[in-house]
Design a binder for this molecule. Structure first.
Ligand code: ADP
Ligand code: MG
Length: 737
């Protein structure tokens, strides 16, 4: 297999969409009874399987574990009069009555209007879309069971598009709550219910937790048998506590959530163990090498925290197994230099290092800084970005491939499939939360494992993976780190370089823009530099650009004696670089910018940050933006301009920004405001492994899951296999990123 193909295969192995179904037992079509209803539900067998697959339902056991979102209570009937009486409170009603009229009217548009009556009253059913069969199904005199929401229409109480079913008088009501499942377009609830019911019947679900574990460390939890929980959750008796089912505190839900967390914990521990089995180049520190001369040439001393993390990283890199370390440090804490030192260690050992950053501005800044530091020491540093001309790019790629380039710095361009390294020993990903799982994995896949042209293919056991260092200023709160990143060692820089003065943050109503402009003027007069960040307009990049240009023009007009620059994502790279250069060199005093400057940009003389429409930004983003100032010794100010009225969450976000500059505290509050799903979602798309457990409310279960995971791995390997295959199917790879 060519190197390129090999890389693709490597990536594919980590992306579920590219993998053939990893089903061990494929889903059969639901039994023939279900097939009839499948037809009614317009789901042809093959497309139905495809749609189920979209929901992640490939195997029978996946169906069994597809649990209801909520329930509908169809176990009782209400007299029509009572149902109408409480109409408008948004709760569905179920009534039964006889059709007393049925007509198609044409005003205001074609619709079917059916009236039903019981002993207590009459109700109108209105269908705006209907087909011929429905008219017959609801012919006069038919007895209908009707479920829907009643609202007060122009002609009295009515239900629009209720669910109806013809019944014979006295037909028994269900004695169970009706489950409502997570679904997708083209899959009806009826179809899902049949498919899941069928799967429940044909799929044995033996207990995967050994009795010794259930009775040992988990005794306190009193977990009920899994099969009972599944039966109950798919089909709860009417008398079951609806509240406990709804808020998932019911013991059956606890069992499900526990099993899910357990699968995750086992899987994390296994991938950790697997990583320890892999080979990586051992690159111990060498006295008198590049590292030493680099440290000697540094214009400042490392902080204590920097020294500590440098040691942690150095020790990892000396081991013959791949490092998998996350370096967390608040904005401005000096992570770049730590990465540079790690790169020196790799280069000293005869390997190459790569540094990938999420934006071209940031990558370029890294390139300039690091080449200024390293080129004088004789280290060839190469720049690789999408904007390079084809010829330059070919040259850069050739230098990485020949091994001549010792450090390669760039954007996503680094992971394009034309890029290969001769001897990649260290892969650094800056602002790792901005990359997707696949991208991070791809950089790791660039190790010297690709066969070199003219060389025979190397046997698998000789293949090495590079050490990996990920950096982020967005701290992951402990509970999340524990459950999502157990296979990640974490180093923390918890100290800022000396001489920084804290940033003062103020909230300013948009109406006071003139005062803000005056403030900018004043700061510039004192020799300071200013960032002015334009509003984020998520819906339209074009609009965002337009606003940036307008803001720029307004400021140029309002501040005729100042030099104002503009930088945004659409600027050609050369111009972008020129503007950033001018700002860095203090030839521009005010830089109007879109969020392209969000991460990494480092201009210590800038000490005033204005963020317009701050209410539109998320907390992490505001914190990053604010971190562009407060990097020098001058007192820095951040003005958050907002437009009233503020939504409650926007108010909370802005208050948080005013109250603290501590990134960890901000992340904690962010998690509180948004909840873990969204918190992770934005950062780690694709990594949401938990469907049922909620890391906030179920954090107490995690400790038990960890304990059980360890015990099972140690003593019950078969139970481990059974449990993982049941819960994770083919999704384990996500945990390795
Ligand atoms: P971040 O952690 O946000 O990536 P940077 O690596 O960009 O931070 O560092 C911020 C600034 O602090 C840079 O100008 C860097 O040169 C400087 N810096 C880093 N470490 C120290 C130190 N120990 N003493 C003084 N300045 C430092
Ligand atoms: Mg940085």
């Amino acid at each position: 297999m060519g190197a390129r193909l090999r890389l693709l295969a490597h990536v594919a192995a980590h992306i579920p969409a590219l993998m053939p179904g990893s089903a061990t037992e494929p889903i059969d079509e639901p039994a023939s009874a279900a097939r009839k209803s499948a037809k009614a539900a317009d789901a042809k067998p093959s497309t139905a399987a495809a749609r189920l697959a979209k929901l992640g339902l490939r195997r029978s056991v996946d169906l069994v574990l597809h649990l209801p979102l909520r329930y509908e209570d169809e176990t009782t009937l209400e007299p029509i009069r009572d149902a109408i009486h409480r109409a408008g409170i948004g709760l569905p009603a179920q009534i039964e009555g006889e059709v007393i009229s049925n007509e198609v009217t044409f005003r205001p548009r074609r619709q079917l209007v059916v009236k039903v009556a019981d002993e207590t009253g009459e109700l109108t059913l209105r269908f705006l879309n209907f087909y011929g069969g429905q008219t017959k199904q609801m012919a006069e005199g038919t007895r209908l069971r009707v479920r829907g929401e009643i609202r007060g229409g122009f002609f009295g109480a009515e239900m629009v598009h209720p669910t109806v079913r013809a019944v014979t008088p006295g037909e028994p009501l269900p004695d169970r709550l009706t489950p409502v499942y997570p679904a997708t377009a083209g899959i009806s609830q009826a179809y899902l219910r049949k498919a899941i019911g069928g799967a429940m019947q044909r799929t044995p679900m033996p207990e995967t937790l050994p009795q010794a574990v259930l009775r040992g460390p988990l005794a306190q939890l009193k977990l009920p048998p899994l099969i009972d929980c599944l039966r109950l959750l798919h089909n709860p008796p009417q008398q079951e506590s609806e509240a406990a089912l709804a808020d998932r505190s019911h013991p059956a839900w606890v069992r499900i959530k526990f099993d899910e967390l357990l699968a995750q914990q086992i899987s994390l521990r296994r991938s950790q163990a697997a990583r320890k089995e892999k080979n990586a180049p051992s690159m111990p520190r060498r006295a008198g090498g590049l590292l030493t001369s680099f440290l000697g040439a540094l214009p400042f001393r490392l902080t204590g925290a920097q020294q500590r993390v440098v040691e942690e990283i150095a020790a990892d890199m000396a081991r013959p197994h791949p490092m998998h370390r996350l370096l967390q440090g608040d904005v401005g804490s000096g992570k770049t230099i730590v990465a540079a030192l790690a790169a020196c260690q790799a280069i000293d050992a005869g390997y190459q290092a790569a540094l990938m950053a999420p934006t071209e501005i940031l990558a370029e800044q890294h390139f300039r800084k690091l080449s200024a530091w390293l080129e004088p020491l004789g280290v060839p540093v190469v720049w690789l970005a999408g904007s390079l001309k084809a010829k330059e790019k070919r040259e850069a790629v050739a230098r990485a491939e020949s091994g001549e380039a010792k450090l390669v710095i760039g954007t996503h361009a680094l992971i394009q499939d034309t890029v290969r390294f001769a001897r990649l020993g260290l892969a650094v990903v800056d602002e790792q939360h901005r990359f997707g799982v696949a991208q991070r994995l791809a950089l790791r896949g660039k190790a010297g494992e690709a066969d070199q042209p003219g060389e025979p293919a190397r046997p698998a056991e000789e293949k090495v993976v590079p050490h990996q260092l990920m950096m982020s200023a967005t701290p992951i709160p402990r509970t999340l780190a524990m459950t999502y990143y157990a296979d990640l060692d974490v180093s923390v820089i918890d100290e800022l370089p000396p001489g920084r003065t804290p940033i003062v943050t103020r909230l300013v109503n948009d109406a006071r823009r003139d005062e803000v402009i005056e403030r900018v003027h004043h700061a510039a007069a004192e020799g300071r530099q200013v960032y002015w960040v334009c509003p984020l307009i998520e819906e339209s990049e074009a609009l965002q650009l337009q606003t940036a240009v307008e803001t720029y023009e307004t400021l140029v007009a309002a501040l005729p004696d100042l030099r104002v620059g503009l930088v945004h994502g659409r600027l050609p790279p050369a111009e972008k670089a020129a503007v950033m250069d001018d700002f860095t060199a203090n030839r521009l005093q005010v830089l109007v910018a879109t969020t392209v400057i969000e991460v990494g940009v480092d201009v210590p003389n800038a000490s005033l940050m204005v963020i317009e429409h701050a209410e539109r930004f998320g907390l992490a983003q505001l914190h990053q933006l604010r971190g562009r100032v407060g990097r020098g010794s001058a007192e820095s100010v951040c003005l958050l301009m907002y437009q009233a009225p503020l939504s409650p969450t926007a108010r909370e976000r802005l208050a948080t920004m005013r109250e603290t500059t501590d990134g960890f505290e901000i992340a904690r509050r962010d998690l509180q405001i948004r909840g873990p799903g969204e918190f992770l979602g934005a950062r780690q798309s694709g990594e949401a492994m938990l469907r049922f457990a909620d890391l906030e409310t179920d954090a107490w279960l995690v400790d038990y899951a960890q304990e059980a995971a360890e015990l099972m791995l140690e003593r019950y390997p078969e139970a481990v296999e059974a449990h993982l295959s049941r819960w994770l199917g083919g999704r384990e790879h996500f945990l390795k990123a």
